[in-house]
Design a protein around this ligand. Structure first.
Ligand SMILES: Cc1ncc(COP(=O)(O)O)c(C=O)c1O
Length: 438
């Protein structure tokens, strides 16, 4: 039930901002956050199991202090010299392979991907781009072309090719039990041929190495290598979109591509980079930036300003000082084990997967048929919200619970999540009509 105040706020918002969806049947009106918790306008506390932007915790005092103190000192743009952006880029690039030594700071992940596409075009002299068919890389005119879930009105540009998203729960396995990469590689090769035949050539494969928006199918290290090699054979480059898995979230590696086992030519960053302050970035080879700056006159008024650089630097410092990547590994393993145990009691949990603090469970109508329980996933997310735990669902069938909390998430928080999920599943399943999901 939506109360009168919430309804009034929704209508005012709709009037002022246009139709724009909110999470949950009963939208949340959040007014405060701290650590891994947020509070609504009535003072009700929620465990945040979803938001990756407050990477080191909502309103982390060190990030707040860095923003406030720089904002009280000076904020300009990158046509003036400033040391903080240089210190930040030195520190940031030190976390990558040596070849990835230069960066551009932006305000969003979309801008970062837009620049990455232009860098790829500049260094290859080609325009064809390959992406998966269930991805999201942002909202600029060019980057929106990469989406199949919200295809642009009038159709995709002719230089875009989509390849099928792997489904580790259902697709064929090799004799050693691993997800077979053959058909994914073949799709990339086909896309390359098609781009060649159309005269575009292949400039880039743009891919999240964790396939986060695709529902994080379980792809083992090396799985993408043949597809990457196919792109490179024709002179194309690989753009790793690290907006979701980056900055230590997956626990064992600081970057998703490091776990995947390849070094991209270009990496794009966003969401968690400055703990909520709008910062994104592109990290690449120095010669690539030279080529880009030669071909495109690029300036970003707000990208890399001293306040943004200070916020990003403080965030990186906290990740390291508080050992948050290790925490993601330990607590992520613990929570996934708990989720697997929960699957013994709830047959609707078909698959548990993920790494570090980006994991989840795929809900199914039946484990035999593996039919996605999409409506159930929505009911569970809403039921959890009513019980003070926020998460959401995604994936190619929109039936995968997506658990991606701020990194200071503890084992006690994981227990709270698991207990609440257990109670919610029990409750929701009592009213669940399987036929509705079939
Ligand atoms: C993988 C990925 N790339 C890029 C973006 C775009 O980032 P932004 O919303 O900061 O433009 C998103 C946003 O959800 C994303 O999930």
């Amino acid at each position: 039930m939506i109360d009168n105040d919430t309804q009034a706020l929704l209508e005012r918002r709709q009037q002022l901002l246009g139709p724009m969806s909110t999470f949950y049947d009963e939208p949340l009106h959040l007014v405060r956050g701290q650590g891994v918790h947020v509070w609504d306008a009535e003072g009700r506390e929620y465990l945040d199991c979803y938001n990756n932007v407050p990477h080191v915790g909502h309103c982390h005092p060190k990030v707040v202090e860095a923003i406030c103190s720089q904002a009280a000192t000076l904020n300009t743009h990158t046509r003036y010299l400033h040391e903080t952006i240089l210190e930040y880029v030195e520190r940031l690039t030190a976390t990558f392979d040596k070849s990835l030594s230069s960066a551009i700071m932006t305000c969003t992940g979309s801008e970062a991907n837009d620049i990455a596409l232009r860098i790829a075009q500049s260094v290859t002299g080609k325009s064809g781009v390959i992406a998966t068919d269930h991805t999201y890389h942002g909202n600029t005119m060019a980057v929106a072309q990469l989406s199949c879930t919200n295809p642009p009105p009038g159709g995709h540009w002719p230089n875009i090719r989509h390849v099928p998203t792997p489904d580790s729960y259902r697709d064929a396995r090799t004799s050693s039990g691993e997800l077979d990469a053959t058909s994914f590689t073949a799709s990339v090769e086909q896309a390359i041929q098609s781009l060649d035949a159309a005269g575009h050539g292949t400039s880039a494969l743009v891919i999240c190495p964790y396939l986060a928006n695709e529902g994080f199918p379980d792809i083992p290290p090396g799985w993408l290598n043949d597809a990457v090699a196919a792109v490179r054979r024709v002179g194309g480059v690989v753009i790793a979109d690290e907006v979701q898995p980056g900055f230590g979230r997956i626990g064992t590696h600081f970057w998703g591509h490091q776990y995947a086992g390849f070094v991209p030519e270009i990496v794009t960053l966003g969401k968690p980079m400055a703990n909520g302050h709008p910062v994104g970035g592109v990290v690449t080879q120095h010669s690539f930036l030279e080529s880009f700056r030669r071909d495109f006159r690029y300036f970003n008024t707000f990208g890399g300003n001293p306040v943004s650089a200070a916020a990003a630097l403080a965030t990186l410092n906290v990740v390291e000082e508080e050992g948050l990547m290790e925490n993601a590994r330990v607590v992520g393993d613990y929570a996934r084990t708990g989720l697997t145990q929960l699957a013994q009691r709830h047959a609707c949990i078909g698959d548990v997967r993920g790494r570090g603090l980006m994991f989840g469970a795929e809900l199914v109508v039946s484990r035999d048929t593996k039919l996605p329980a999409t409506k159930l996933a929505k009911q569970v997310a809403n039921g959890l919200r009513q019980r003070g735990v926020i998460l959401n669902f995604l994936g190619i069938h929109y039936n995968t619970l997506k658990i991606r909390p701020p990194l200071p998430f503890s084992k006690a928080n994981a227990n709270h999540l698991l207990d609440t999920l257990d109670a919610t599943l029990t409750d929701v399943l009592q009213q669940y009509n399987v036929d509705v999901d079939q």
